[in-house]
Each structure stands twice: as C-alpha cells, then as structure tokens.
Design a protein around this ligand. Sequence first.
Ligand code: TYM
Length: 332
Amino acid sequence: RPRLLSGIQPTADSFHLGNYLGAVRHWVAMQEDHEAFYCVVDLHAITVAQDPAVLRERTRRAAAQLLALGIDPSRSALFVQSHVPEHAQLAWVLNCITGFGEASRMTQFKDKSLKQGADRASVGLFTYPVLQAADILLYQTDVVPVGEDQRQHLELTRDLAGRFNTSFGPTLRVPAPHIVKDTAKILDLQDPTAKMSKSAQSPAGLVELMEEPNRAAKKFRSAVTDTGREIVFDPEHKPGVSNLLTIHAALSGRSVDDLVAAFDGKGYGDLKKDLAAVFVEFASPIQERVRQYLDDPAQLDKILGEGAVKARAVASATLAAVYDRIGFLPPR
Ligand code: TYM
C-alpha cells in the first residue's frame, strides 16, 4: 500500500470547513487503501506565540475532531508531532541543505511575517516549511493530501528530497501532492475572492466544524453572493454562488450538476437555506462524537500514544539512514 502523510495545526478550537473539505475529508477516504500517518503539528503551531494551556487543549481537540470525522486509529497512525522527536531532528539536517533565498521565497512566510511585522516574526516561522518537509520525508511518503495553499511547501519538500539524494545517495522518497481540484480552495463566505481561513477579516466568513449549528446556519444564510439571480456554477464570474454549490455538493454527496438542476428557477435564498440545513445535519452528530472523545482524555491520550509508537518505528529508521549518509558517527 502506498504511504500517505498529512498534518494539521492545533491553532484553533475548531477545524473550519476549508480544513475539512480541502484535506481531512480526503484523509478519511484515503486511509482505506494507503498506509496513512496523520499528525497534529504542535511544533508548527509554536512558530507563532501560543498560550501553553490553550495549546494543550487544542491539541486534544484536534485529535478528537480527526477521530470524530472518521480517522480510524486501528488502521492509521494518528499522533502528535512533538511525541516523535525525529521530526525536529530531520528538520535540522534539512535546514542545512536549504538555501536562505529559497526559504525567503515561501509565500506563506512572506504573508504571515508581513502581518506580524518582519522583526517580530520568529526564525521558526521562517523555517516552518523545512519542518514540514521533514514531517513528510521521515515516512518515505508517496502522497500528501492537502489544500491548494500547501502546494509551494510540497514543491520545496520534493526539491529537498531530490537534493539530499543527489548529494548523499538515494535515501528519501520524493512525494507527490494530492490536491483535489473541486475542494482545494474553499472560499470565505463574506469575501469569495479569499480562501476560508482562521485569520479571516470577519468571523461571518468562516464556518467552524464545532460552532453552534444555528450560528453556522445563519452564516450560510447571510453569505455574500453575486450579481444576477440564477444559480449556475461559474467560479470565475460567480465565485460566491459557486463556492456554496461546492460546499453543498461535498457535504450532501450530490453532484454540482444535480444541484444546479434541482435549483433551476429558484433563488440564492433557497440554496443558502438548503445548505444551512445540510450543514446542521452533517455537523450535529460529529460535534456529539467530538464531545465524547473529549470526555475521556485518558482514552484519547492512549490512542495518541499508540499512534506515536507506530510513527516512531518508521521515522527512526529514516533518520538513522539519513544520519549515516551524512557521516555522523554512530553512538556506541
Ligand atoms: P493547516 O493546519 O493550515 O490546514 C490543514 C489543511 O487544511 C487545508 N486548508 C484548506 N483547504 C481548502 N480550502 C481552504 N480554505 C483551506 N484552508 C486550509 C490545508 O491546505 C491543509 O491541508 N502546513 C500545514 C500543516 C502541515 C502539513 C505537514 C501538511 C505541517 N506538516 C505535512 C501536510 C504534510 C498547515 O498549515 O495546514
């Protein structure tokens, strides 16, 4: 079975719909025919300041959401990044073969550091994509399911694997991104020119998996739509309506064509109302399952402990091979 790794940051109390539709939904489907590793990336989270108690709580919440959404810990390794020290260790090695200019060209770093002010951005934030490359390369990963915003980090990962192999001999598998076009970029409900993101301008543009269903329903009902009144799928000219159709299709399992036909002659308001109901039906049972997992933190921590053991078995072998290739004297 091909190997798969992906990760998500524990930097909010809840995943948002972009996280779920762009990534986690595919993780759940792909664990059937892949040997999968799913990682809550707490080392990445601290590239910007985090409150310790909140970080700990959000790490458990992230794991609980992944389980509630269908990640099966008997099939896949579900673990916390800091539980597997090889991530930080391989990241150091990769830092040493990454060009300063190369890292400077990462657009997510540029965006985030601009927001914080260049002098306040941490060196950790600068080297964030190199740590991400380490996450992936440690598992000799074949595919990495992510949203569109991670494409550049995947390119860097491929470059670093190729560079290491050229310098030191074949050691690291070169991974491919798995970016499902339809849902690769879920848009903000209030500003359908921007991706849905936790740093959104207005909270009304962002729908969280864990938010109170009626509140979320209201956000769908007040989503910004486009001029005209016809419900058609045209992402370029009608990004607002098209985004709602994409979300509806992904949550209801119906095709966009089917939805367009079903809403023929109806208005934007009808689509929004229907989507709000679809979301409530989807989210309510998941929220209940998340609560159950959070009610039993010992059981949750046990699952994460077992995931880390599975992950370490693979990660330590890769790191040992890397250390040997670069000429580190083995400890006796
Ligand atoms: P993060 O935590 O920001 O997001 C998790 C996943 O959600 C996807 N995503 C979206 N997809 C579609 N539309 C959106 N609006 C949207 N917003 C977010 C992201 O693309 C991502 O797949 N750097 C990563 C975490 C990471 C990682 C890794 C991923 C660390 N190591 C190794 C893959 C492999 C990140 O910040 O994701």
